[in-house]
Write a protein that binds this ligand. Structure first.
Ligand code: ZN
Length: 402
């Protein structure tokens, strides 16, 4: 049970009403029941890009903020208790300062918690997470998005574990020294690198969760062959809805992940959710090319036509219902025990679906699940149970190694 040492009802209501710039976009239309579930449940979101947002555009998120998708007050309003903070390292830092940057971002998170210890805490274990929940604190577990900072060193992996990092996304947008990336056509290693294969063993040994989001399909299957504990896809959706796009997981992979007893954390960015949004950029590029061919690149006529075309083709935002379709699909494939949420708030710009525009909107998600017939215990599995099971399995395996 959640101890509500939280905001006053007035503040809560104000936050619910979304008294900020994007009032309609973040409208919460959930029922009393969904609001209650959001407030009483432990909500774990395995991927939120607060550190990178703040290091580029600092705001005090221990209070309400105008920008971004997350701040303390909005998170409380939405019932979010345990957003994993992504220690995100761009691919360009490979062999180029990744270790330093990761430490810098972790320092940054520690400083934030230090400034507001009555609000935030960094949990180093599931037990600590649950204790913080009982105390009414918002937990900020950390996950490292990109293994670049490990720099080929188990000592550095241990260092990040000791600093509180509890999962590592093996690669980001480009192949690195650990793994191939789903976005990189080079397929440098044909899956995991030789070091990457050893690293998975070491991650199991020390209790660091392996995040299979962002890596190539081959690397995913390499991980499954090696890992002795369940793995997590911290922010991936179902490829079924974005055919051919390797960043999401196809049905066979979702089944293999379930066999491993792992969990896929459905992510919200429209690009991940609908084919229209997924192909929007490519479509605009094609239409632009066609206009340039017809009217001559750089001519006034072409520029005018491109501007009109862009106006006629606004970004096709996905909706809450589309996101729920992903959850339904995964549940139909492998049951309720292998799905969770990894929103990527603060990480996907202005591409979030209608109804899920920021951390206030978790009650909308819960309402959608209720409307689709999910029981409260199913919803608990999605909000926390499945992630906790995988995290605990990693802890138990590590404990048994000593
Ligand atoms: Zn990502």
């Amino acid at each position: 049970m959640k101890k509500v040492t939280r905001l006053s009802l007035a503040t809560f209501t104000a936050a619910m009403l979304g008294l900020s710039a994007n009032v309609t976009a973040t409208e919460v239309t959930a029922s009393e029941r969904a609001l209650r579930i959001a407030q009483e449940s432990l909500i774990i979101d395995t991927h939120i890009d607060v550190p990178w947002r703040l290091i580029n555009d600092w705001e005090d998120v221990t209070k309400a903020t105008q920008r971004g998708d997350f701040d303390y007050e909005r998170a409380v309003a939405g019932g979010l208790n345990a957003p994993f903070m992504a220690i995100y390292i761009p691919s360009s830092y490979e062999d180029n300062g990744a270790y330093t940057l990761a430490n810098h971002l972790i320092d940054f998170m520690e400083a934030m918690v230090y400034r507001a210890p009555e609000k935030f805490a960094i949990p180093h274990s599931v037990d600590e997470l649950l204790a913080q929940f009982e105390q009414g604190l918002m937990s900020l577990p950390m996950g490292m998005e990109n293994g670049a900072p490990i720099e080929g060193s188990f000592a550095k992996l241990q260092h990040f574990y000791d600093r509180g990092v509890r999962y590592v996304t093996l690669a980001h947008s480009e192949d690195n020294h650990i793994s191939d990336s789903s976005y990189d056509i080079r397929a440098t290693w044909g899956g995991l690198s030789p070091f990457g294969k050893e690293l998975v063993v070491e991650m199991n040994r020390i209790g660091m969760m392996v995040d299979v989001s962002h890596i190539s399909d081959k690397a995913f299957y390499d991980v499954l062959e090696i890992t002795q504990v369940p793995v997590i896809a911290t922010h991936s959706s179902a490829r079924r809805f974005t055919p051919g796009w390797q960043r999401n997981m196809n049905d066979d992979m979702i089944k293999a992940l379930a066999e491993n007893d792992g969990v896929i954390q459905v992510t919200f960015g429209s690009t991940f959710v609908t084919p229209q949004a997924n192909q929007h950029r490519a479509r605009l590029a094609r239409l632009t090319r066609e206009i340039n061919e017809r009217l001559g690149e750089g001519t006034a006529a072409a520029q005018e036509a491109i501007a009109r075309m862009r106006e006629e083709n606004p970004y096709p935002f996905a909706t809450l219902e589309d996101v729920l379709d992903h959850i339904d699909h995964i549940v139909e494939l492998v049951g309720i025990n292998h799905v969770g949420i990894g929103s990527d708030y603060d990480g996907v710009g202005d591409t979030l679906p209608v109804g899920l525009k920021d951390v206030r909107t978790f009650p909308n998600l819960i309402q959608g699940l209720l409307d689709r017939g999910y029981s409260e215990s199913d919803i608990e599995q999605i909000l926390n149970g499945n992630t906790i099971r995988v995290w605990r399995a990693a802890e138990a395996f590590a404990a048994a190694q000593e």
